[in-house]
Write a protein that binds this ligand. Structure first.
Ligand code: MF3
Ligand code: CO
Ligand code: CO
Length: 307
C-alpha cells in the first residue's frame, strides 16, 4: 500500500515531493526537525504517542495475524456453531503464533475475543449461544505480538441474510470505508466522525456514541479517542505516525444502548440489529495505511454448508 513513504530519505537524495531538488534543500528545510518536535508536542498536549517506522512494522505484523485469524473465523462460521468454538479457534491460533489475546483478562474480560450477535453492539462474551441461519456476528480480534497491538473486526453473515441484515452490514462496512478515507495529515479526528455520521444517518441508521475508536499499538486503548460522530474540524489534527482504530458501531434503529448484567455485553435498547467493522490505521505523509488491510470494496456472502 503506502509503505514507501516510510523509507528513509537521505539529505542528498532527491526530495520525495518530486521537486527534483535535493531533499535537504527542499522539504527537509521546510519541516526542520518537525517530526521530533511533533512527537514531544503530541505526547505532552494530548497523551498521543506517535509511532516510529520500526513500531509501525511491528503493528503491521500484529495486523497480519488479525487478518489471518479473521479469515479462519470466516471459514468456520455456519449455523450450529457456538461462540465458544470461535473463542477456542482465536485463542489457539493466537498463542500458536507466540502472540497473546489482548481481551483475555483485560479489565476482567473473561475470554480471548468478542463475539457480538444481531442486537449486540459490541463486547459479546463467547459462550454456549448457537449461531442460527440469518444471524449476523461481529468478531473482534486483538493480538499482542512482540509487545505490539493491532485491533480489527468484521461482521459476518450466518447462512443467508435477510434484508435488514444485508442493510446494516452494508452501511457499517461503508461507514468504515468513508471514515478511513478522511484519514490524512491536516484533517482532524472530528472530520472522521463527521463523515461517518453524515453517511450512516443519511441511510436512516444511527451511530453509537458510547464506544469510539482509539489509539492503539503500544497498548490496547491509548489516546486519542476517535468518535464516529461529530463536527468537521473538531478535535486534534492528524499527523504522520498516529496509529488508531476506526470502528463505527451502526444500529439499524435508535442509537441508545443497554449494558447487560455481565457488565460487558452492549445491546441496542430497541432490539434493532447492530453491525461493525474495524481497522487499525496509521496516518502517513499522503493519507493513511491500514495495518489490518482487509478488502473494503464489497461485502461477499459466502455459500455455507448446513450444520
Ligand atoms: N476490541 C475492542 C475494541 O475494538 C475492545 C474489546 S475490550 C474487551 O476496542 F475486553 F472486551 F475485549
Ligand atoms: Co478497537
Ligand atoms: Co476491536
Amino acid at each position: 500500500m503506502m509503505k514507501h513513504i516510510f523509507t528513509k530519505v537521505g539529505r542528498n537524495d532527491p526530495c520525495p515531493c518530486g521537486s527534483g531538488q535535493k531533499y535537504k534543500k527542499c522539504c527537509l528545510e521546510k519541516t526542520g526537525d518537525a517530526p521530533g518536535k511533533m512527537k514531544v508536542e503530541y505526547a505532552q498536549k494530548y497523551g498521543v504517542r506517535l509511532k516510529e517506522p520500526a513500531d509501525i512494522e511491528k503493528i503491521r505484523a500484529a495486523g497480519r495475524l488479525v487478518l489471518e485469524i479473521l479469515d479462519l473465523v470466516e471459514e468456520m462460521i455456519k449455523p450450529g456453531l457456538t461462540t465458544e468454538e470461535i473463542n477456542s479457534l482465536v485463542h489457539e491460533h493466537t498463542i500458536k503464533h507466540n502472540a497473546v489475546p489482548a481481551p483475555l483478562n483485560y479489565r476482567g474480560y473473561p475470554k480471548s475475543v468478542c463475539t457480538s450477535i444481531n442486537e449486540v453492539i459490541c463486547h459479546g462474551i463467547p459462550g454456549d449461544r448457537v449461531l442460527k441461519d440469518g444471524d449476523i456476528i461481529n468478531v473482534d480480534v486483538t493480538p499482542i505480538l512482540d509487545g505490539y497491538y493491532a485491533d480489527g473486526s468484521k461482521t459476518f453473515f450466518v447462512g443467508a441474510p435477510g434484508p435488514d441484515a444485508e442493510k446494516i452490514v452494508r452501511v457499517s462496512h461503508e461507514s468504515l470505508r468513508i471514515g478511513m478515507s478522511m484519514v490524512k495529515p491536516g484533517n482532524t479526528v472530528g472530520d472522521i466522525g463527521w463523515a461517518i455520521q453524515q453517511y450512516a444517518e443519511g441511510e436512516g441508521c444511527s451511530v453509537v456514541r458510547e464506544f469510539v475508536g482509539h489509539g492503539v499499538g503500544f497498548g490496547f486503548h491509548e489516546p486519542p479517542q476517535v468518535p464516529h460522530f461529530g463536527r468537521q474540524g473538531e478535535g486534534i489534527v492528524l499527523v504522520p505516525g498516529m496509529v488508531f482504530t476506526v470502528e463505527p458501531m451502526i444500529n439499524l434503529g435508535k442509537r441508545e444502548l443497554v449494558i447487560l448484567e455481565d457488565k460487558w455485553t452492549a445491546v441496542t435498547k430497541d432490539g434493532s440489529l447492530s453491525a461493525q467493522f474495524e481497522q487499525t490505521v496509521v496516518v502517513a505523509e499522503n493519507g493513511y495505511e491500514s495495518l489490518t488491510p482487509f478488502e473494503l470494496k464489497c461485502v461477499t456472502t459466502r455459500r455455507q454448508n448446513a450444520h
